[in-house]
Design a protein around this ligand. Sequence first.
Ligand SMILES: NC(=O)c1ccc[n+]([C@@H]2O[C@H](COP(=O)([O-])OP(=O)(O)OC[C@H]3O[C@@H](n4cnc5c(N)ncnc54)[C@H](OP(=O)(O)O)[C@@H]3O)[C@@H](O)[C@H]2O)c1
Length: 363
Amino acid sequence: MTMKEIALIQFGLGGVGRAVVERVLAAQDELEWRYGIRFAYVALCDSQGAAIEQQGFTYGDLMRTVTAKAEGASLADLDIGYDHEGLADIVDVAGTSNALVIDVTASDDTVEALQLALSRGYGAVLANKKPLTQTYETFLSLLKGGRVRYEATVGSGVPVIATLQQALIAAHDPIHRIEGCFSGTLGYLTTGLQAGEAFSALVRQARASGYTEPDPRDDLGGMDVARKALILARTMGWPLELPQIQVEGLFPDTMNQGTVPEFMQKTVDLDELYRQRVATAAGRDQVLRYVATIDRGRAQVGLQEVPRRSPLGQLQGTDNLIAFHTDVYADAPLVLQGRGAGVHGTAAGVMADLVALSTSFLI
Ligand SMILES: NC(=O)c1ccc[n+]([C@@H]2O[C@H](COP(=O)([O-])OP(=O)(O)OC[C@H]3O[C@@H](n4cnc5c(N)ncnc54)[C@H](OP(=O)(O)O)[C@@H]3O)[C@@H](O)[C@H]2O)c1
């Protein structure tokens, strides 16, 4: 079999980025015999530094870099690294034909580099939601040509985007409504509330376990779920903008002011409110879940009461669930459920996209 060499340029070496590198290395033999493709990392970047090796980094270089990043180093501090002046420069220097850019940052600033990569005929795989949730025009510019895949942006490794694009849209099955719980963090929180734990204690535990962003307001405010809802809506072709999504956060706006420790302290003030909401819901045989609904051209995310015995009501911990109501799935929705957070599931979603693009005729 002729081997197709694919050059990889990766932005981001955090938890997900490192898991992607390890997964790619572990899969090399199988990728060769099963698909006839060979991945070679030619560039790695973090927020400060970059490393480029046109011939492809060795296994040893990659593993040493992953270890050093896990210990908190910057790429610029390593022998192979230097201070970079922008991601577009890296794409410009490192890119070759058959290149794929992997965006596993959480940065707003990768769009220019992604667009440059696409203009050169490369592909891109995103776990980063930010490029896809800027203006609708930017979303369209990235999606044009079909060389951007973004499975890991919604539901981590659960194949939500593939199902939407390849099983429903491609099948010309009109989608009437999508609903679900798309946040592992908020799933952990709502099932904890249901079990009788205090809101403030759950936020503290979630933060200590690394389930939340360093500033937990980023998760509890609902914006991360809103971005996922926007990506689904736009994937269906709805020209929504982020401010058009109705977002109900789990804390009042006034708590947006102040430092993280101040916020953490004030969460105690919400304990009684949530205790009462849980008890009221339980009296109706309902439970609270943080639900996203995408329906008739609109999207909203917020805390809702759902029947305790419904699929959403049965959801536990960090699991995600997404239900597609379509013509074909009219009586009972098509439901996907599974682990919706964690670096390994997310890296698996990225990997599946890398293979899908590499085996397509587009790259
Ligand atoms: N963790 C999950 O379970 C999960 C699930 C689904 C999707 N995601 C998404 O996956 C992405 C990565 O998540 P993570 O948990 O790995 O985050 P993380 O640990 O914070 O890592 C982010 C990485 O991006 C780098 N970075 C930040 N700004 C950059 C820039 N302008 N240019 C180049 N690199 C930059 C950081 O550099 P430094 O190392 O220098 O700080 C870091 O290496 C996020 O968009 C997240 O929303 C995560």
